[in-house]
Design a protein around this ligand. Sequence first.
Ligand SMILES: [Fe+2]
Length: 246
Amino acid sequence: MQLAVISDIHGNSDALDAVLTDIRRRGVETIFNLGDSFSGPLDAAGTAERLAALNLPTVRGNHDRLLVDRPVEDMGAWEQWTIGDLSGATLDWIRSLPLTLTIGDVFLCHATPQRDDENWLNRRGADHRISARELTGIEPHAAGISASMILCGHTHTPRSVRLPDGRRIVNAGSVGCPAYRDTRMEPNFIHQEGGSDARYAIVERVDNDWIVDLISVPYDASRMIERARARGAETWAQALETGWFV
Ligand SMILES: [Fe+2]
C-alpha cells in the first residue's frame, strides 16, 4: 500500500496542483497532510479550496496554529498576508486539527510528536544553515510511538532516517516553500533546498518494511512569484524562482 505525504504547502496552490497531479499519475489514492498549509504571501484561499475538497487526514502545523491563537496585530508577516484570505470555515477547520494522528501503523506529526515548532531530523547549524541532526537528538522524541512509520515536516528538508529499533522517520519536505530567509536574526538564518521543485514523499509498505521515495516535482511557479512580488515578499519570490539565495 502506497501513501503520499504532503507538508508545508504554505499557500502555494500551483505547487500543490503539481504534486496532486503526480500522485494521481502514480495511482496513489491515500494522501496525508502534515500541516503549515496556508501561511505566506501566495494563494491561501485557493489552497483552502483544494484542501477542503480533498478532506485529507491532517495534523496542525505551527503556522496553522499561529493563524488562530492570537489577534491579527500580534501575527507575524506570513500570517498577516494569509489571515484575510481564509474563511471562517477554514479557520474553524484549523482549530479542529490535532497535533498528532495515528492511522494504522503510521504516526503523523508536523514537527515532533511533542511540539508543532521544533526541528527534529535537522537542526539549525552553527553556520546558520540546516544540518542533519545526530541520532542522540532524534531518538528521544520517538519514545512511546509504536508505529513503524513516523512522518514529519516543518524543516522543509526531506530526509529519511531509521532508528536502531527499525522504525523509520520520514520528513516529506515542503510542497510550496523551497527556501526561506529568516531576517529576524543576524546573521540571517537561511534554508535552501537548492531547487524550486515541489517536494513530497511516497512511503510504501513492502513485506514487513517500508520503501521511501522522496520526490521532487517541477512546476511553473511564475504565478506564485508574481503574487509574492505583489505583496512585497522579495525573499519568497527569490526562493520560488530558483530555490537558492544568491
Ligand atoms: Fe513550514
